[in-house]
Design a protein around this ligand. Structure first.
Ligand code: 13P
Ligand code: SF4
Length: 357
């Protein structure tokens, strides 16, 4: 049992990161709040935002009756919304997932170039080759992948369900070909004690959290609980009191009696945690630096592309900002996505899982 890393696949060295937003830009966004709210209402748009978008984008989702959540909840919210137009503030795979699940709705994004380093690590031609070399394994793709990758996958899964799915696949005697996150793959292999053939991709934000510095921080804040997103390296995960998706981390803080927390995930999640638990003390887990500059500063550069200014433009010019996916890709990608949503509903119901899902 264990982790088998896949060799010889293309992983970008440099992800061509977008420029960071400057303070003038952020201030300008704040001034656009009322206009953005008015535009959403006028065009009857449902705004779905991820926890990693800016505070102001999350406030806008709240004020407009939209939705904020983790990637699994975003998928459900998009599918269940009765609005014809959905604006997804997040990264491209989140917009694509919404489109695959609701092909007749118009799905717009403030910036269609909002990538995710995990998605960029998973080249479709490499994957087709590796899949052919692992015919006996089930291809399980993390939700942070392109529509093309989903279309050739047996299962899609988000971080909130990954260990449960691996447990299930072990129970029915399947090996797993896992793409693209090496850290989440290693976490699943350890937690579910399964054989995993694992793609060597990474999230540039979470992969920069540092285990040895976290040890010192834990020593300084002995009462603090350490909460970690599973895209983080294994030496960070080893120090965690709790490992989970963004929503699961938020729920852990809400339910916990502890008053201090060290958090290893993207820093914009602090908005929702502080709102729910203003009395609790939160520390950002330490992150790697390069020549004195933090590598990601625990801030996803692609999530940051979601400005209010661009959202207004997207709502006013939907044809220029909408997600389009080839019909045949959509038809295939919806199968593993529905499988995931069905799996999650069954888990929630507490019913015994059938062996032929
Ligand atoms: P969640 O599924 O926890 O929202 O994670 C998505 C993501 O991109 C984490 O970096
Ligand atoms: Fe992708 Fe990492 Fe950004 Fe999440 S934080 S969207 S995994 S690059």
């Amino acid at each position: 049992m264990g982790l088998h890393m896949i060799q010889g696949v293309k992983i970008p060295e440099d992800f061509n990161l977008p420029q960071r937003a400057c303070s003038a830009h952020i201030e300008q966004d704040a001034l656009l709040f009322d206009k953005a709210l008015e535009t959403i209402k006028k065009h009857n748009v449902f705004l779905i935002a991820h926890y990693y978008t800016s505070d102001i984008m999350q406030r806008l989702a709240e004020a407009s009756g939209g939705f904020i959540g983790d990637s699994l909840e975003m998928a459900r919210a998009g599918r269940d919304s009765s609005c014809d137009t959905i604006a997804v503030a997040g990264v491209r795979f989140m917009g694509e997932t919404a489109k695959i699940l609701s092909p007749h709705k118009t799905i717009i994004m403030p910036d269609l170039s909002a990538e995710c380093s995990l998605d960029l690590c998973c080249d479709i031609e490499d994957l087709k080759r590796v899949k052919a070399e692992h015919k006996n394994a089930v291809l399980v793709s993390y939700a942070n992948t392109s529509a093309q990758v989903k279309a050739i996958s047996d299962w899609v899964v988000t971080s909130s369900l990954a260990v449960e799915l691996a447990d299930y696949l072990k129970k029915i005697g399947k090996d797993i070909l896992w793409v693209p996150d090496k850290n989440l793959g290693s976490y699943i292999a350890n937690s579910a004690n399964v054989d995993i053939y694992c793609w060597p991709g990474k999230c540039i934000v979470h992969d920069a959290f540092l285990g040895n510095s976290l040890k010192y921080m834990k020593d300084e804040h002995k009462q603090a609980k350490v909460l970690v997103h599973p895209e983080s390296p294994s030496d960070v995960i080893e120090l965690a009191d709790f490992v989970g998706s963004t929503s699961q981390i938020l729920n852990y803080v809400k339910a916990s009696n502890a008053s201090e927390f060290i958090i290893a995930t993207e820093r914009n999640i602090f908005y929702k945690i502080k709102q729910a638990c203003p009395e609790k003390v939160l520390y950002q887990a330490p992150i790697a630096s390069n020549q004195g500059q933090c590598i990601s500063c625990a801030n996803c550069p692609w999530m940051e592309l979601n400005s209010l200014e661009k959202l207004i433009k997207a709502i006013e010019n939907p044809l220029d900002f909408c997600i389009n996916i080839e019909q045949n890709v959509c038809n295939e990608a919806v199968k593993p996505l529905n499988r995931m949503l069905n799996f999650s509903a069954l888990l929630k119901s507490g019913k015994e899982l059938p062996l032929d899902l």
